[in-house]
Design a protein around this ligand. Sequence first.
Ligand SMILES: NC(=O)c1ccc[n+]([C@@H]2O[C@H](COP(=O)([O-])OP(=O)(O)OC[C@H]3O[C@@H](n4cnc5c(N)ncnc54)[C@H](O)[C@@H]3O)[C@@H](O)[C@H]2O)c1
Ligand SMILES: [Zn+2]
Ligand SMILES: [Zn+2]
Length: 391
Amino acid sequence: MKALTWRGVNEVGVEDVPEPTILNDHDVILEVGLSVTCGSDLHLLGGYVPAMRAGDVLGHEFMGTVVEVGRGVTKHHVGDRVVVVSFIACGQCWYCRQGLWSLCDNANPNPGITEALWGQAIGGCFGYSHALGGWAGSHARYVRVPYADQGAFPIPDGVSDERALFASDAAPTGWTGAHQAGVQAGDVVAVWGAGGVGQMAARAAALMGAERVVVIDRLDNRLEQVRTHVGAETLDYTQTDVPAELREMTGGRGPDVCIEAVGMEAHRPGPQHVYDQVKQQLRLQTDRPTAVREAVYACRKGGTVFTLGVFAGLVDKFPLGAVMNKALTLRGAQQHGHRYVPEILDRMSRDEVKTEHLATHVMSLEEGPKGYRMFKEKEDGCVRAVFRPGA
Ligand SMILES: NC(=O)c1ccc[n+]([C@@H]2O[C@H](COP(=O)([O-])OP(=O)(O)OC[C@H]3O[C@@H](n4cnc5c(N)ncnc54)[C@H](O)[C@@H]3O)[C@@H](O)[C@H]2O)c1
Ligand SMILES: [Zn+2]
Ligand SMILES: [Zn+2]
């Protein structure tokens, strides 16, 4: 079957790979309907995430139709239309039982790599390097879904494929950030990054009762989407002093919750950005923490900074002094989607969560290399390139 694969740094190819088969009783095989690029893929393309091998199938945000069911699967049948959480989790271990699904102890067959990096391994993820399990990704005609009773969710009839697709990763990631950062009714919430993840974090914060939600980016078309489809306010960081503006909006205090949805390749005008970028390229630091730094400075005393943006390892010039002295809570997580997807699908069916505007460019798998280029370079206002493997 045709699949989109990682060939090397900044190189994506279309090649023939073997079709997946059921390997465990808890697997299903899915015929992929739609599969989409995510900001996390850019870190793989840039070579910032370790343990990719040439030929690895990319893609972790997807939906499709069940075509084969393992003997132990009870919730799914051939023909069901489902969306699958990008993180893989067993549902049985201590972490899964605590609702911390992306920390599953059983879904990563290669724990050694992240144990060495972080002290402990986290769970597995489709198409996201051998460090997160080496699971084949979804940019292919078919994908094997392990622990399908846990990770696959039936899509309500009234919800389109284009909307449900984002219940796989972008939306539950946003929900993870807003919920775990403890957004309360009446809060002011600032979100850095107006990609799919930032937009969904902003929407989640609003639905959790935030009084004001402000999204920060520099790309006009994304900020426009935030105003139109998310219903949040926006700031362009190239036009304004963001922390000063946020203080102005909050009676001098700063936001109660700051959610960072940018990640390790953050951009910033000015010399600080060049300094961070050069250090990253020389591998003196693995990550560029520009937006997290700004969030820490902008957050109100006693507030919470939550990083949804992916970081791989070490950062330089991190303002720990501000975290400690301002009594901040600093948190992060890979998404615990299993916990939030039912609520998200329900809200999607009631038009409270809209996501189809994120799918700015829909194309065949053969056009994948072009799609990745457009997404990386934000060409033609690309917010997400969506692939239709059956096309
Ligand atoms: N925690 C998780 O489970 C999870 C899941 C999915 C994605 N992610 C991560 O979330 C991040 C965002 O993902 P995405 O798909 O929305 O990516 P994206 O690349 O589409 O969007 C990132 C946005 O950040 C903006 N940006 C860059 N520098 C900025 C700065 N200094 N201040 C404000 N905005 C800035 C960019 O202009 C862009 O619009 C990535 O790091 C991705 O890896 C995490
Ligand atoms: Zn993702
Ligand atoms: Zn588990």
